[in-house]
Design a protein around this ligand. Structure first.
Ligand code: X2X
Length: 351
């Protein structure tokens, strides 16, 4: 009996040794990425993997698995799987981590954060730190912020300028209940679909519309399916690069520092891609000067118009009408997120 147990232990140790590199690192660290490599978010994943390789002299090999391939498309499971260590790391949207980290919904209160300046104050303020602390408490180590972006409405039926225009529109949303609540409140008919099914859903007209940032909409050529865009900045989803905490804690300090540097640099690159052409010259210059990168689409709005879309920039007045209608959802979700965190966010933005 004893012998058998020893033999098992030896085999187990040998197997671990075989799968580990010379310094005890794994051959590959699997990274969950919801979207494909052409989206800015996907480009951020590739950049992170490259930089980790460079900065650790090839000791740490991060491999992005695009299109939620490790999750069979179930994007809302990412943080749970990283917490368990089934997946090593991820670059993921606050929307997708919210099932494990409800605090992440602070970014998704309808018509709360609506420009880059206030967003940055929250990300890098007390509220952002509280979201990171909530992740640590769930055994996930947050490394750096990146950004999917302010989410915009597109559809094939009608130019949306008022809540009344949304009546009955079938809108694809991520299966995060805050989104279902928001679109119901607006009189639309929200349909919960994973991203992997969504693009086919647009193609086949299963839904009339969707909400995603321009950095997602341009690469998937949304203009082929939807004529109308409403730029309403109704909420935003930052991305967070994060790692399984136990594995992270096991890394030597110089490896942690190298990965952290890679995460910050990749996050800065990816955020600039997502904001390019939406914040004057700021992000275009970051890309050019720091990353020697020239944007293919330097003006996303003009680009969508050139493809035949009718783009409406919501005025402040029109925006106020949407904010008023969705206020009950906002109030309900402040409670779910936690009043403490909400107050921190308000303090961060000086409200
Ligand atoms: O599913 C979406 O809409 C996407 C790609 O934006 C997210 O993963 C939140």
């Amino acid at each position: 009996m004893m012998r058998k147990a020893v033999a098992f232990a030896v085999v187990a140790i040998l197997m671990t040794a075989l799968s580990a590199g010379a310094a005890g690192f794994k051959k590959e660290y699997k990274m969950q990425v919801t979207v494909g490599p052409k989206l800015y978010w996907g480009m951020g994943a590739t950049k992170f993997a490259e930089l980790v390789g460079e900065k650790t002299n090839g000791q740490i090999n991060v491999k992005p698995y695009f299109g939620s391939a490790l999750l069979k498309g179930a994007q809302l499971k990412s943080s749970q799987m990283v917490a368990k260590g089934v997946i090593d790391c991820a670059i993921d949207s606050t929307i997708n981590i919210s099932p494990v980290i409800p605090e992440a919904n602070i970014f998704h209160l309808p018509f709360f954060l609506n420009d880059f300046e206030t967003l940055d104050k929250v990300k890098y303020g007390q509220a952002g730190e509280a979201v990171f602390a909530a992740m640590r408490a769930k055994r996930i180590e947050p490394l750096a912020w990146a950004e999917n972006g302010f989410r915009q409405l597109t559809n094939s039926k009608v130019a949306v300028r008022t809540p009344a225009d949304m009546k009955g529109l079938r809108i694809r949303v991520v299966g995060n209940p805050l989104f279902i609540d928001t679109f119901r409140q607006l009189g639309a008919d929200p349909v919960n679909m994973n991203w992997g099914d969504a693009v086919a859903g647009f193609q086949q007209g299963v839904v009339d519309g969707q909400e995603n940032p321009v950095g997602v909409l341009i690469p998937i050529q949304i203009y082929q399916y939807h004529k109308y865009a409403t730029m309403w900045n109704y909420l935003v989803d930052p991305l967070i690069i994060y790692w399984n905490q136990q594995e992270w804690n096991g890394f030597p300090e110089e490896i942690q520092n190298a990965i952290m540097e890679a995460a910050n640099e990749a996050g800065r690159f990816e955020t600039a891609l997502s904001r390019a052409g939406l914040d004057g010259d700021v992000s275009l210059n970051i890309l050019k000067n720091e990353f020697n990168y020239t944007m293919e689409v330097p003006d996303p709005i003009a680009f969508l118009e050139s493809k035949g879309m009718e783009v409406h920039m919501l005025t402040d007045e029109e925006r106020a009408a949407f904010a008023e209608v969705t206020r009950p959802v906002y109030d309900k979700w402040v409670k779910e997120i936690g009043t403490d965190l909400y107050e921190k966010a308000k303090a961060d933005i000086g409200q």
